[in-house]
Design a protein. Structure first.
Length: 239
C-alpha cells in the first residue's frame, strides 16, 4: 500500500522545490505500491524519444482507483523527475489546490500523461499533435493493465480527451470523466474552468465513496500465471 500519510510531512503545493525534497521523493521509488509502475517507466525510457518522469510515490500507485491523465510532462516535471502535483509550477499548484478542495485523498489516485515523454525544447513544452498521441496510445493500454482497482479515469485537457474512445474500449467498466486543464493559461483565460474542474472532482469523490474498499476492475482479467491482461476487445486497439 502507499506510504502511511500520517507518518509523512504535511503535503503542500510546490514542495518539490529543493534538491533535498526531490532526493527524498526519489528514495520512495522503492515502495511496493510503485514497483510495477517503476518497471513500466523503465521500459518506456528504453524506447521513448525523450525523457520520461516517474510516477509520484505520494500517490496511490497500483492501488489507485482514479487515474488523472494530463497531456505531457512539462519542464518542471522533467526537472524533478516526477509527474507530481508537488512540482514547483503553477499548473501543479492549481491541480494540488483543486484536489485539496474536493477532499480527494491522493492515495486513491495516480497522475500520468497521455504522452509520457517530454515534447519540449528544454525551455518550454510544445503543443501535442496527433502523431504524438498516436505514438503514445499503446502505452496507455499497458498502463491500464497495471491498475486493477481503477474505477475512474479523468481526462484533463483537450489533448488527453482525445483518448476518451480508447479508454472506453480498453476499460469499458471504468467511468470516464473530462475536465479542463489546470494551467494558468486555461484558468486565467476562462475563470469558470476552475468551477468545472471542481465539479468533476466532486463527481470522482461521489463515485469512489468514503470507503477504501474497491473491487478489482472487471475489465482487466488475470491469466493463470497471475499476470494481468486486458480483455480481447482492448488488444484490437493496441494494433
Amino acid at each position: 500500500m502507499p506510504l502511511d500519510e500520517r507518518n509523512k510531512a504535511p503535503d503542500r503545493a510546490k514542495s518539490l522545490n529543493t534538491v533535498e525534497a526531490v532526493a527524498a521523493r526519489h528514495r520512495e521509488l522503492n515502495a511496493a505500491h510503485l514497483q510495477p509502475l517503476v518497471a513500466h517507466v523503465q521500459r518506456l525510457r528504453e524506447i521513448a524519444p525523450a525523457g520520461v518522469p516517474d510516477f509520484d510515490p505520494s500517490d496511490g500507485g497500483i492501488y489507485a482507483e482514479c487515474l488523472f491523465l494530463l497531456e505531457a510532462p512539462g519542464r518542471r516535471a522533467v526537472g524533478s523527475g516526477f509527474v507530481s502535483r508537488n512540482n514547483p509550477d503553477e499548473t501543479a499548484r492549481n491541480f494540488f489546490a483543486a484536489n485539496a478542495e474536493a477532499g480527494l485523498p491522493r492515495s486513491r489516485t495516480v497522475t500520468w500523461n497521455a504522452i509520457p515523454w517530454y515534447i519540449g525544447d528544454g525551455q518550454r513544452i510544445r503543443a501535442a499533435g496527433g502523431s504524438d498521441l498516436r505514438a503514445a496510445e499503446q502505452h496507455l493500454a499497458q498502463l491500464l493493465v497495471l491498475l486493477p482497482r481503477l474505477r475512474v479515469v479523468v481526462l484533463v485537457g483537450r489533448k488527453a480527451q482525445r483518448y476518451s474512445k480508447a479508454v472506453t474500449i480498453l476499460a469499458p467498466s471504468v467511468l470516464v470523466l473530462v475536465c479542463p486543464h489546470p494551467s494558468p493559461l486555461s484558468f486565467n483565460g476562462r475563470p469558470e474552468r476552475r468551477a468545472e474542474m471542481q465539479a468533476c472532482l466532486s463527481q470522482v469523490v461521489a463515485t469512489l465513496g468514503k470507503s477504501f474498499e474497491a473491487s478489482s476492475n472487471p475489465s482487466i482479467e488475470a491469466t493463470s500465471s497471475g499476470k494481468l491482461r486486458l480483455p480481447t476487445a482492448a488488444h484490437g486497439v493496441n494494433r
